[in-house]
Design a protein around this ligand. Structure first.
Ligand code: FEO
Ligand code: CA
Ligand code: CA
Ligand code: CA
Length: 591
């Protein structure tokens, strides 16, 4: 086939070319700024960052490591003031602490790692003339760490499965771990997903427990060796502690004294994140992915309806939305004949959480609490479709259609593993796909849906890729979609993690409607070893979290591949970057 007729870009920028530079590259005509880096102050009075003399006490007041999810929330009544909320997913101490010995971390080094986890809330002032954001040391600022007290809510709270020596009531957990992506609710709280929590719990190999194995906790010593300092990370001593992680946690960033809530009604798995959609009649659905090979796509539909007001009664009602309702898992039909990759599917109920704090299980052999704590085991029994690693699952704010990043699955179709199907169409899938799901009747509470693949990612020159039907000689290569966001015009923005095409990760924009549907254009690239996370796309700026710059099996602090963002011989630091059009114009042109 010959070249297609080039169409003008709907975004008004020239795509950034794939590269392997140790830099954030943005299109011509755009400006950028590092907003905040690992180690920068979050709490007033935090000490200056010194990687050679770091302490846990300092880290607990500073921006944590490995920023992933981001939210930027305007402060009511304070024009120009916003709260930046960031997840700190995980730590890699060998890239953080000079002289670190992985075989024998000191208690102080373990405490630094714990303090570098969790979340940050930091006030920022907006520059009216650009996308520049300036952190402000405000009383609302907060660090949440692996030690911050949290409350379990919903039917699993208080159950025998979540009781421990330190918490015989099974209701109060210290900390949140491996906070990957998340979402902002219409009632202005933040949801954060506890993802790969298996990596914190040691010695499961000596505990005979099917659920531990199903959740990947059947090994020996952990990489960080926290179990040597804190018994709750040793499964032979506290077998229920892991049941208190792997939840969606709801945080009120506007109240630094508030206690985060682990919402057990949303199930326990490797939560990438959770994103809420409110239907026209107030029905609330939260969409979620379990990010591991052959895991499932879920939604929670609240029994209560959203109240749009902001009275104390409205807030009290909305605070219970994620405690009462039904958790579903998705089963996809095969691809329908003809046309593009598409089909239908259904939502299978697993458990209903009730107003009185009890629940009703739809899985005959399991109690409600068991379904919530061991959600994977429950979903296995109902015929859910094993997916190619569901990362972000996010409803479009206007259409309600749901977009899921299925990042990759290099084991699909290999011996002993599930083979290809309509929605997971490639064996040994290294590049991933982006799913579009349309609820029946556009009702977030629907029991059935239609699906199509918007993108089958990879090198556009490869026969197995698909870009919504758009001519493939006019698109950017894209690999390993992870986080998704929407701009004010309704275009989808996708950030990537683990580019299998040999270039750095980045952020991409793609129209969902009209003749340019599927036209992927790369907006930025991130430095070596980094993944691109947390995109926030506003009218006049885009924010990305540059996570784990310099991370590589072939690198070390002594032999680094990245000195971003400070350059020279500096230590690489995960950081948040703001990008805007240098002339101050709209990020995405309007009609
Ligand atoms: Fe933490 Fe699924 O990425
Ligand atoms: Ca088809
Ligand atoms: Ca992710
Ligand atoms: Ca990922």
């Amino acid at each position: 086939a010959g070249a297609s007729t080039p169409m003008p870009s709907p975004f008004g920028f020239t795509a950034v070319a794939p590269n392997t530079e140790d830099a954030v590259r943005v299109p011509e005509g755009f400006a950028q700024q590092v907003v905040i880096r690992w180690g920068d102050p979050v709490l007033p009075g935090a000490p200056a960052f010194d990687p050679n003399a770091q302490t846990a006490a300092a880290q607990a007041q500073q921006f944590g490591f490995n920023n992933d999810f981001l939210a930027l929330l305007d402060v009511p009544g304070r024009p120009g003031r916003a709260l930046l909320v960031a997840n700190h997913e995980y730590t890699t101490e060998p890239f953080m602490i000079p002289g670190y010995d992985p075989a024998a971390p000191t208690p102080e080094q373990v405490a630094i790692g714990m303090a570098a986890h969790g979340m940050s809330v930091v006030a920022v002032d907006r520059d009216p003339a650009s996308g520049r954001l300036t952190p402000v040391m405000d009383a609302v600022n907060r660090r949440i760490t692996a030690s911050t007290p949290m409350t379990l809510t919903g039917p699993a709270a208080g159950d025998a499965l979540v009781r421990t020596t330190a918490d015989p009531e099974g209701r109060t957990v210290l900390g949140t771990l491996n906070n990957c992506a998340g979402g902002v609710t219409p009632w202005r709280t933040v949801l954060t997903g506890e993802e790969n929590v298996d990596q914190y719990f040691a010695n499961g190999e000596t505990v005979d427990d099917l659920a531990l194995a199903r959740y990947g906790m059947d090994g020996g010593a952990t990489e960080r060796r926290w179990e040597g300092v804190d018994a709750r990370f040793d499964l032979t001593r506290e077998p229920n502690e892991p049941n208190r992680f792997g939840w969606v946690v709801e945080v009120d960033p506007f109240d630094p004294a508030s206690t985060p809530r682990k919402r057990t009604a949303l199930g326990r798995f490797k939560h990438e994140g959770a994103n809420v959609h409110v239907g026209p009649t107030g029905t609330v659905a939260a969409y979620m992915g379990d990010d591991e090979r052959f895991e499932y796509l879920y939604k929670f539909v609240s029994s209560r309806t959203h109240r749009a007001g902001d009275t104390p009664a409205d807030r009290e009602s909305n605070a219970r939305l994620l405690d009462e309702g039904t958790l579903f898992v998705a089963r996809f039909s095969p691809d329908a004949p003809g046309g593009g990759p598409d089909g239908s599917g259904e939502w299978l109920p697993l458990v209903e959480s009730l107003a009185d704090g009890t629940g009703r299980s739809f899985v005959p052999s399991m109690t409600a609490a068991q379904v919530l704590v061991h959600t994977r085991l429950a979903a296995d029994t109902v015929g859910a479709t094993p997916m190619d690693r569901p990362e972000d699952v996010q409803p479009h704010p206007r259409t309600g259609r749901v977009y899921a990043a299925l990042t990759n699955n290099d084991e699909r179709g290999t011996p002993g593993k599930a083979g290809v199907d309509g929605v997971n169409p490639r064996a040994e899938n290294t590049n991933g796909q982006v799913l579009e799901l349309t609820e029946t009747g556009d009702d977030p509470g629907a029991r059935s849906f239609a699906w199509s693949l918007l993108l089958v990612c990879g090198d556009p020159a490869a026969a197995d890729t698909y870009f919504g039907g758009f001519p493939k000689d006019q698109v950017s290569p894209i690999s390993c979609p992870d986080n998704v966001a929407f701009d004010a015009v309704g275009n989808l923005w996708i950030s990537t993690d683990g580019n299998a095409l040999g270039s750095n990760d980045g952020l991409f924009a793609v129209p969902l409607e009209g003749p340019q549907r599927g036209r992927v254009q790369q907006f930025l690239t991130v430095p070596r070893g980094a993944e691109t996370c947390g995109p926030v796309v506003e009218d006049r700026l885009a924010l990305v979290a540059v996570q784990h710059p310099g991370e590589s099996d072939d690198a070390s602090l002594a032999d680094p591949i990245s000195h971003w963002p400070d350059g020279g011989t500096s230590i690489a630091r995960p950081a948040v970057v703001s990008v805007w059009r240098a002339d101050g114009g709209w990020l995405t042109p309007r009609e």
